[in-house]
Ligand binder design. Structure first.
Ligand SMILES: *Cc1c(COP(=O)(O)O)cnc(C)c1O
Length: 392
C-alpha cells in the first residue's frame, strides 16, 4: 500500500511525495476516491489492505505519505480537523496521567484539555513553555506529553523545541509540537527531537481557507499503530475530497510561504516605524526577545504578526474595520490577508486582568499576512492606521 515517492528536496517532495500518476490511465493527480467500501477477492482478503474508508482511503493515504515526508516523519495520520488529531493523541491517556502544556496554546487545545479530558481524570499543568526551567519543574512521574506550540498565538512567543524534547525524554514523556504556525517548510520539530507533530491543515498546509483538516506525524511505528487504532475507533478521519484539497494546497506551500514571510517582514518593518504603534511582535525583527532562537530553529519567520496600538481596544477595533484588503476574520494561513482583534474576538472570554497579565495588550491587532502585493498591504495598513488614530 506504500506509494512514498519520497525523493528530492522539500519543494520537490511537496509536489510529488505520496503521489504517482495513475498506472492505468496516467491521471497526474490522485483520484478522489469517493467510496466507503472495497471489493474483496475472498472473505477477509481485502486488496492491498483496503476494507472500509474510515480505516483507510487511497486519497487520504496519499496525503498521509506527503505530510510524513515533509515533516521528516515515518508516518502521518490525517484527521477531520486539527482538534480531531489532538483528540486522538489524548485518547492514549488513562486516569492519573499528566500533560504539561504551554500557557498560550491555541484556545481549542486549552478547551479540550480543561473542559473535556480533565473530566476523565487527566491532569494538565500549563506553564510558560519559553521557560525551560518551568517545564522541567512541572514534570511529574505520570507526565506523558509535553505539548507546545511555537510560535504561539497571538504573541508569537517561541519555545526551544530541542530543549523541551530533552526534558520530556528525561522524564519518560513524549514531546508534542503543534507546528501549524511555522509549517514544515520553516520548522521541522521531529528533526529537533520532538516525537509527534500536530497540524491544523486548515491553515497554511491547505492554504486557501477552504478545508478543515488535521494531522499527526511521527516516527515510532508502535505509536502509529496505537494512534491509528484510536482514529479508527473514534472516527475523526479525513474524507477523500478534503484530502485532495489539502494535497493540492501543499504543492504550492514553499512558494506561498516565501511570499507570506516576505510580506510579513515588510509590514513588520513598516509598522515598527509608525509613531502610534507601540510594539510590533514578529520573530524576524531584531526587537523580538527570542529573535536568536527563531533564527536558529526556523528557516524563516512566518506570515503571522501582531502589533499594539497606543489607542487601546477602540483603536484596534477601528483599524480592523477600516482595512479593505485585510478581511476581518478569525483563522489564518490562507492566501488572503486577515486581521483580528484578540481582545474583542478570539480572546474575549479571558477576563481583562488575566489577559493583561499574560501580556495581551488591549490594543493588540493580529495579522495573518497573505500573498497579495506588499505595497497594497502596506497601503491598506496606512489607511487603517489613519482611521485608528482618528478614533483614539
Ligand atoms: C486552528 C488551530 C488548531 C485547530 O485546528 P482545526 O483544524 O481548526 O480543528 C490547532 N492549533 C492551532 C495552532 C491552530 O491555529
Amino acid at each position: 500500500m506504500r506509494i512514498r515517492n519520497d525523493h528530492g528536496r522539500f519543494e520537490t517532495r511537496a509536489i510529488h511525495a505520496g503521489q504517482e500518476s495513475d498506472p492505468h490511465n496516467g491521471a497526474v493527480m490522485p483520484p478522489v476516491y469517493l467510496t466507503t467500501t472495497y471489493e474483496q477477492d475472498a472473505p477477509a482478503a481485502p486488496r492491498e489492505g483496503y476494507e472500509y474508508s474510515r480505516t483507510t482511503n487511497p486519497t487520504r493515504l496519499c496525503l498521509e505519505e506527503n505530510v510524513a515526508s515533509l515533516e521528516g516523519g515515518e508516518w502521518g495520520l490525517c484527521f477531520a480537523s486539527g482538534m480531531a488529531a489532538t483528540n486522538a493523541l489524548l485518547d492514549k491517556l488513562v486516569p492519573g496521567d499528566h500533560v504539561i502544556g504551554g500557557n498560550d496554546l491555541y484556545g481549542g487545545t486549552y478547551r479540550i484539555f480543561k473542559r473535556v479530558f480533565e473530566r476523565y481524570g487527566i491532569g494538565f499543568t500549563l506553564v510558560d513553555a519559553a521557560d525551560t526551567d518551568a517545564v522541567r519543574s512541572a514534570m511529574r512521574e505520570r507526565t506523558r506529553f509535553v505539548f507546545v506550540e511555537t510560535p504561539s498565538n497571538p504573541l508569537l512567543r517561541l519555545c526551544d523545541v530541542a530543549a523541551v524534547a530533552e526534558i520530556a525524554h528525561a522524564g519518560g514523556a513524549l514531546a508534542v509540537v503543534d507546528n501549524t504556525f511555522a509549517t514544515p517548510y520553516l520548522q521541522r520539530p521531529l528533526e529537533l527531537g520532538a516525537d509527534i507533530v500536530v497540524h491544523s491543515m486548515s491553515k497554511y498546509l491547505g492554504g486557501h481557507s477552504d478545508v478543515i483538516a488535521g494531522a499527526l506525524v511521527g516516527r515510532d511505528e508502535a505509536l502509529r499503530e496505537e494512534l491509528a487504532f484510536f482514529q479508527n475507533s473514534v472516527g475523526g478521519c479525513l474524507e477523500a475530497l478534503s484530502s485532495f484539497l489539502v494535497l493540492r494546497g501543499i504543492k504550492t506551500l514553499p512558494v506561498r510561504m516565501d511570499r507570506h514571510c516576505a510580506n510579513a517582514r515588510a509590514l513588520a518593518e513598516f509598522l515598527e516605524a509608525q509613531p502610534t504603534v507601540e510594539r510590533v511582535i514578529y520573530p524576524g525583527l531584531a526587537s523580538h526577545p527570542q529573535h536568536e532562537l527563531a533564527a536558529r530553529q526556523m528557516a524563516d519567520f512566518g506570515g503571522m504578526l501582531s502589533f499594539e496600538l497606543a489607542g487601546g481596544v477602540a483603536a484596534a477595533d477601528a483599524f480592523a474595520v477600516a482595512t479593505r484588503i485585510f478581511t476581518l476574520a478569525e483563522s489564518l494561513g490562507g492566501v488572503e490577508s486577515l486581521v483580528e482583534v484578540p481582545t474583542s474576538m478570539t480572546h474575549a472570554a479571558i477576563p481583562a486582568a488575566e489577559r493583561r497579565a499574560a501580556g495581551l495588550a488591549d490594543g493588540l491587532v493580529r495579522l495573518s499576512v497573505g500573498i497579495e502585493h506588499a505595497d497594497d498591504l502596506i497601503g491598506d495598513a496606512t489607511r487603517a492606521l489613519a482611521a485608528a488614530n482618528e478614533r483614539a
